[in-house]
Design a protein around this ligand. Structure first.
Ligand code: FRU
Length: 516
């Protein structure tokens, strides 16, 4: 009898699941694990958005993230938690922060309070401190404007358990409806903590000596940058200009909507910060990634000086359709971690993004494809003795003089689904075309061609590509132009083709790695 009941229950759960997945996938049955990336971070199950509290502590990289553990769509926010020894392999840990009477736990940051300035730990056991936004739905319903404010929690056991600070909030709402996503850093130049907060479609800077008491310094953003939506998830930090001893300050600001290809995206400014105010070098709006799927990215805190890298992680989705993508058991992944470099390019300081060097830990087989010339379309899958996903590749295209040519790479399957990475010479644009990439109809904003300005150097286009089960990250010209897009083919792409519409182009330095 017991066995029959168990069998019946399993049948019932199974069939409910099947009906659910069928209706969810426009009649395509998707297994719970379909589209699970191999080397991009995903929650084991349920909903994830922004990376939060990125901090390195005692040899461990912590990744917290906006998490709703009860559904695969956004809901009352918690901080999920994972750790890694190498930024490549992740271990899931219990939820770190739960909503409380002050509200849901929105985005924020974490720092090691090395000198115990807060007094929340001891000299010998300095606390890990998380500074996050509260979002209070009760206050919001009551009609108040002041339902978001900044709170704090600390951990004395290396991030395992967290205690909310008794006197929260630490920064009350100043009367601004959208007031959130506190990113804190230690400013070694002025010996104080600096907090950057998204405030409407601007940011505000606060300063503190002890992480507990904060004073307003200035705001930034009124007549600069993109303003198609609210500003979110800012990050302010100093960077050495590559190959020099000069330091500049970089301010990342995500914006939603208002990205260059629609919906969510992250702009950045380069300038100087004097402990009180940020002064940009120019008025130009620059984007860290032109793809549709890199949002709310920030850098890891407390990376040791001898490492010195600025390591960036973004949410690989877009608020236009993040809650509708056709995965079943969980929703969304993070980008692959990226090293940011600040370089001088034609008199301007610009950021370059590159996959972190630890990617080599994932290298399995490799092939080097020599001496390809293409006019028209050429399937080269025969030269690659392994599956196209997960995969990394480096390709250099040398082009001639035709100004109307479009060339690039195409991934396709026998369902006529394709993903195209191309370069339009006349428009000086790099693009990712996913209009026919597979399942695209879950949102009218999904089937799109994401375009980015990109300049050839010595008639060459160098691209570095990361492919996983449902994502492509394209780093062009050393990472000066980046395009990140997600996709959902009904069958894995099996063919890799090179194409050049109107002239013969040469492909040199074509290296492909199968990733573990
Ligand atoms: C950005 C964001 C943040 C907010 C969080 C809520 O994606 O909207 O501004 O803190 O998500 O989950």
């Amino acid at each position: 009898m017991k066995k029959t009941i168990i069998a019946f229950t399993i049948l019932l759960i199974g069939s409910t699941f099947c009906v659910y997945t069928q209706s969810n996938q426009q009649n395509k049955i998707t297994t719970p694990e379909a589209y699970r990336p191999v080397y991009h971070f995903t929650p084991d199950s349920m909903w994830m958005n922004d990376p939060n509290g990125l901090v390195y502590h005692k040899g461990i990289y912590h990744l917290f993230y906006q998490y709703y553990p009860h559904a695969t769509v956004w809901g009352p926010m918690h901080w999920g938690h994972a750790t890694s020894l190498d930024l490549v392999h992740w271990k899931h840990l219990p939820i770190a922060l739960y909503p409380d009477s002050l509200g849901y736990i929105f985005s924020g940051s974490a720092v090691v309070d090395q000198n115990n300035t807060s007094g929340l730990g001891t000299k010998n056991n300095p606390p890990l401190v998380a500074i996050y936004a509260y979002d209070n739905p009760v206050l919001e319903k009551s009609g108040s404007n002041k339902f978001q404010y900044i709170g704090m929690a600390y951990s004395l056991d290396n991030g395992k358990t967290w205690t909310k600070y008794a006197k929260n909030p630490i920064v009350p709402n100043p009367g601004i409806r959208d007031f959130r996503d506190s990113k804190v850093m230690w400013d070694a130049h002025t010996h104080q903590w600096i907090m950057t907060i998204a405030a409407g479609d601007e940011v505000q800077f606060y300063a503190s000596s002890n992480l507990l008491h904060w004073t307003f310094q200035s705001d930034f953003g009124k007549s600069i940058g993109a303003h198609g939506g609210v500003w979110e998830c800012p990050d302010l930090f100093p960077m050495k200009v590559s190959g020099t001893n000069q330091t500049k300050w970089v301010l990342l600001v995500s914006i939603n909507p208002g990205g260059p290809n629609g919906g969510s995206a992250t702009q950045y400014f380069v300038g100087n910060f004097n402990g009180h105010q940020f002064a940009p070098d120019d008025m130009k709006t620059r984007w860290i990634d032109y793809g549709k799927d890199d949002y709310a990215g920030v850098i890891w805190s407390d990376i040791p000086v001898k490492d010195g890298r600025r390591i960036f992680l973004g949410w690989m989705s877009n608020w236009q359709y993040g809650t509708q993508v056709p995965t079943v058991k969980w929703r969304s992944a993070m980008t692959f971690p990226r090293t940011l470099l600040l370089v001088k390019d034609n008199g301007n300081y610009v950021l370059e993004s590159r996959p972190i060097r630890e990617i080599t830990k994932l290298h399995a087989e490799a092939v080097s494809i020599k001496g390809q010339q293409v006019k028209g379309i050429k399937n080269i899958s025969g030269s690659i003795p392994f599956a196209l996903s997960p995969m990394e590749m480096n390709v250099t295209f040398s082009v001639g003089i035709k100004t109307e040519n479009t060339f690039g790479i195409q991934l396709s399957n026998d369902m006529n689904e394709k993903l195209i990475v191309g370069y339009d010479v006349a428009k000086k644009q790099l693009f990712v075309d996913r209009t026919k990439s597979g399942i695209v109809s879950f949102s009218t904003n999904f089937p799109a061609i994401a375009k980015a300005p990109c300049i050839l150097k010595n008639n060459q286009l160098k691209i570095h590509i990361l492919i996983d089960a449902a994502s492509i990250e394209v780093f062009a010209q050393n990472g000066k132009t980046v395009l990140t897009d997600i996709f959902f083919p009904t069958k894995p792409y099996k063919a890799l083709s090179l194409f050049s519409e109107s002239e013969t182009i040469n492909i040199s330095n074509f290296n492909v790695w199968k990733l573990k």
